[in-house]
Design a binder for this molecule. Structure first.
Ligand code: 3PG
Ligand code: MG
Length: 357
């Protein structure tokens, strides 16, 4: 069984075991059928050689508590054959096994050996987590209940451009926060001070606004950090101020403001389908968590069907104690965005027997 047990670690301890717990339905089903289960995963990015910082030992210990008797192989990425999708590595992986299950939704956008290799040689199936993720996320593309409101944050327009385009093709409104909103605001002519900015994306943002301005919603106010201030270090000083969308020189926008948070919240409350990916600001710094908290709370409170992409937004939900209040928290960050963009992933194509290198 390929799982995605790439969990966040802090000082060698598992900071959040969601990805391990999420695989339990599949593991328990397999054990219930009398299968002997060996799981495998990558952890971090050890670059093709053993590195004790990325040992799966903490994961193995947690798995032994949650699913006694299930074996876990050492980090797949200790071998360069994993990321290279080397046929010899695939052959070693499947040796001695009768069947393969992919429940590694969060890694199924990677055409790596353990994802696309085994289905070419063994009877193979999707695990329950993978199947549910695909159902929910593809459902957003095909028949969302309307209005469908999507909220995107994160630092770069360039990273999210394809998903912005895909969401504009299906959502009724796309609310933009996070660092990437400043390139959009700059495209509208606002002065953005020292905020994050991608100069080469301004033209793209301008065309998106021209074409979809009625459905693209930008913040109307900003929480900004003044000259001399540092993120995560309140003791460094620097004023924090709420401003409109024009920032004085030297000021850095680091969260959506209270007016925008209320506006985004109203739109989320009226939605019948919500997809949220990416924080609205630097929520790890308590001075700039309000926008992300307000969006998380609105997503938790709305009666619409709610889906939250993995990674930072899932971490924010957990930080605010709201993870149990949404319909689906994806275990995939990159994978959930790529599935929304493309409608398919290498790991899914491989299970259908349609993978071609
Ligand atoms: C993730 O956490 O994004 C997945 O486990 C994939 O990991 P990767 O981005 O290192 O391929
Ligand atoms: Mg990733």
């Amino acid at each position: 069984m390929r799982a995605d047990f790439n969990v966040p670690l802090r000082d060698g301890e598992i900071a959040d075991d969601l990805r391990i717990r999420a695989a339990l339905p599949t593991i328990e089903w397999l054990l219930g059928q009398g299968a002997q289960v060996t799981a495998c995963t990558h952890l971090g990015r050890p670059k093709g050689r053993p590195d004790p910082r990325y040992s799966v030992a903490p994961v193995r210990a947690r798995l032994a508590e949650l699913a006694p008797g299930v074996e876990l192989l050492e980090n797949l990425r200790y071998d360069p054959g994993e990321e290279a999708n080397d046929p010899a590595f695939v052959a070693r992986l499947i040796a001695g096994f009768d069947a393969y299950v992919n429940d590694a939704f969060g890694a199924s956008h990677r055409a790596h050996a353990s994802i696309v290799g085994p289905p070419q040689f063994l009877p193979s199936a999707a695990g329950r987590l993978l199947a549910r993720e695909v159902d929910v996320l593809l459902g957003l593309r095909t028949d969302p209940r309307r209005p469908f409101v999507a909220i995107l944050g994160g630092s770069k327009v360039s990273d999210k451009l394809k998903v912005i385009e895909a969401l504009l093709g299906v959502a009724d409104q796309l609310l933009i926060g996070g660092g990437m909103c400043f390139t959009f605001l700059a495209a509208q002519g606002a002065s953005i001070g020292d905020s994050l900015f991608e100069e080469d994306m301004v033209g793209t943002c301008r065309s998106l606004l021209d074409e979809h301005g009625d459905r693209l919603v930008l913040p109307s106010d900003i929480t900004a950090l003044g000259p001399g201030g540092e993120l995560m270090r309140p003791e460094a000083g620097g004023d924090v101020r709420q401003v409109g969308t024009s920032l004085p020189p030297g000021w850095k926008g680091v969260d959506i403001g209270p007016g925008s948070a209320a506006d985004f919240g109203d739109r989320i409350a009226e939605a019948r389908t919500v997809f949220w990916n990416g924080p609205m600001g630097v929520f790890e710094d308590p001075r700039f968590e309000a926008g992300t908290r307000a969006v998380a709370q609105a997503v938790a409170d709305t009666s619409g069907f709610t889906v939250v992409g993995g990674g930072d937004s899932a971490a924010a939900l957990a930080q605010f104690g709201l993870a149990g209040e949404v319909d689906h928290v994806s275990t995939g960050g990159g994978a959930s965005l790529e599935l929304l963009e493309q409608g398919d992933l290498p790991g899914l194509a491989a299970l259908r027997g349609e993978w071609k290198a």
